[in-house]
Design a protein around this ligand. Structure first.
Ligand SMILES: [Zn+2]
Length: 570
């Protein structure tokens, strides 16, 4: 929309009522850039925990000069990466936007599907797809094709709305180490770039481009990732100043490929099998993302005219570091201090090139992060790992056989958080799906660590008590993609074994440590305040739309957050 015209009409209307113009609290113009930052796995309490160690221009630019919502939550149950990113991008719950999990079982194809895989498109760089021999993200390994696109996202994103409201004049981009962190935010109409661990470059698919823009090729030719060859992740500050300074080497931390449990963590040489992976489990992942994003801003000339542009940046290191070392570790603490510097660098760059007063910034997270059971156990708090492989399933299957005449054949697949049943077998045998779901749910609840097993038939028929967890599971329920039984583990209990890799911490629960995230707005004329009322992540996209004066994304039902508007705008 033409913000200037809107403003002049508004000013004329006000003038007709003889109000002094000085009562107008509009920023001079609308934003030239909307900068949507997602910090992967930044739990809501972490910025406050480390506030005193931050510099002035990173987190504190938003926390001191912007509007911070200190009690923000995702309202869906499956707190995974693609789910949270798409929710922030669309203002919709996964029941509507369809990204219900990083992986789901595709009943048409009879296999597990990675959220943004799309075999109609291929990677623009040969050999830049997922290297299954070294990929530690088990969801990526399930993809059948290296092709990626946003086609599985149902409805529009805020970035799509910026495209359509400007007749395509808004420039829309997103960047992340993770493909799903970028593709989701760019929406259907923008361009996404992500980091290929296989090639050490920022790459994209031919959904977006037929050939790389020259600046991307040139940037990749510098081989910035390789410049970390032989280096190590070193602490930014003296060890003694850290909260976890005396707790570096902990038995529950993961020692991946020689990276070690204590500082310094060596990346090895750039021909090492896990070299690029180790970069992403350190602040370097975010530094590479920032370096690429700056080049993008300059070369694509973001924020240089009155048409507002969109840039989504998702910083992934916080998530990888938390998975390997836990969120309450010296590694996570140092990573967030280094991220603070990365953010300060980004904000300084934006201020110089576009102006922070011309940029609307929002920062949030796709999910939080659970503390490692070992960390909690030392304080007497009960927590542990769920190990389905060790379950004695014989009595459960015997019970199913007795009721239905068959047992294992009833189950098609398990893909967190859903158990998928074999609908063909169930209907061929004339069994009642709801009855089968209930019986299996009853057997599941006998296993250690499980607290709820919610049947999808009961969700469809609204046949469940209205509890917060059931509501979150309903917000996650998409009839075409969700499974038949939603499994909920006890608070602080989770599965930590993925295709042979044992990690320290895994998010994905409906509990507050996983759904609690920060939401902070800054730049423009955003007032400085902390707001304690509870808000939801679906509120972000419609709030950005309201600020821009455009319609919210198609599936959005979040509430506009009025506090970010100066008095006369409310
Ligand atoms: Zn994530």
């Amino acid at each position: 929309m033409d913000f200037k015209n809107f403003k002049s009409i508004f000013v004329t209307a006000i003038a007709a009522f003889s109000l002094p113009l000085s009562t107008l609290a509009f920023a001079e113009q609308g934003p030239r850039l909307v900068l949507q930052i997602t910090v992967d796995a930044l739990r809501g309490d972490l910025p406050a925990r480390y506030y005193d160690s931050f510099g002035e221009n990173g987190f504190r630019y938003l926390w001191d000069k912007g509007t911070v919502y200190t009690d923000a939550h995702h309202s869906h149950a499956n707190t995974e990466t693609v789910v949270g990113h798409t929710t922030l991008a669309t203002g919709a719950t996964p029941s509507v936007h369809g990204m219900i999990a990083n992986l789901w079982f595709d009943r048409t194809e009879g296999r597990k599907r990675y959220n943004i895989e799309d075999d109609r498109y291929r990677m623009l760089s040969a050999g830049a797809g997922v290297d299954k021999s070294t990929e530690i993200d088990s969801t990526q390994k399930a993809a059948k094709s290296d092709g990626r696109s946003p086609a599985a996202i149902i409805g529009t994103t805020l970035s799509d709305e910026m495209t359509t409201s400007t007749g395509g004049r808004a420039k829309v981009f997103a960047v992340s180490v993770k493909d799903r962190g970028a593709v989701t935010m760019a929406g259907h109409s923008g361009k996404a770039f992500w980091f290929s661990k296989a090639s050490g470059e920022f790459v994209t698919s031919n959904y977006y481009y037929d050939a790389y823009p020259d600046w991307v090729t040139k940037w990749n030719e510098q081989k910035l990732a390789a410049s970390y060859s032989g280096k190590s992740w070193e602490l930014l500050q003296e060890k003694s100043i850290y909260l976890f300074g005396a707790a570096d080497d902990q038995p529950w931390e993961t020692d991946l490929a020689g990276f070690g449990r204590a500082f310094p963590h060596p990346f090895g040489t750039d021909d090492g099998k896990y070299f690029t992976t180790l970069l992403t489990i350190s602040p370097v992942g975010d530094e590479l993302t920032l370096a690429f994003a700056k080049e993008l801003i300059t070369n694509e000339q973001l924020g240089t005219d009155d048409v507002p542009d969109y840039l989504g940046i998702s910083f992934s290191s916080t998530d990888y570091v938390a998975h390997i070392f836990g969120p309450s570790s010296l590694e996570s603490e140092d990573n967030i201090l280094q991220l603070d510097r990365t953010l300060a660098d980004l904000f300084t760059f934006i201020d110089k090139n576009i102006g922070l007063n011309n940029t609307l910034i929002v920062l949030s997270a796709d999910h939080g992060s659970p503390d490692v059971p070992g960390y909690l156990n030392q304080f007497g708090i009960q927590a542990g790992f769920v190990a389905p492989a060790s379950w004695d399933t014989v009595p459960a299957f015997a019970a199913l056989k007795k009721s239905f005449g068959i047992d294992k054949e009833l189950i098609e697949s398990y893909s967190h958080p859903y158990l998928y049943l074999n609908h063909d077998v169930i209907s061929e045998r004339g069994l009642d799906l709801q009855q089968v779901e209930r019986s299996i749910a009853k057997e599941l609840l006998k296993f250690e660590g499980l607290t709820q097993a919610v049947s999808s038939s009961e969700l469809r028929e609204a046949n469940l008590p209205d509890t917060p967890v059931n509501r979150a599971i309903l917000n996650n329920f998409n009839a075409n993609r969700s499974g038949d039984i939603y499994l909920v583990y006890e608070p602080h209990w989770f599965i930590n074994e993925f295709d042979g890799l044992t990690v320290s911490s895994t998010h994905g629960s409906p509990w507050s440590y996983d759904n609690y995230v920060p939401i902070a707005f800054g730049g423009m004329d955003i007032p400085a305040q902390h707001v304690v009322r509870t808000v939801q992540t679906v509120d972000v996209a419609p709030t950005l739309a309201a600020y821009l004066g455009i319609k919210p994304p198609s599936g959005s039902f979040g509430m506009v957050l009025p506090e970010i508007f100066t008095e006369n705008k409310k």
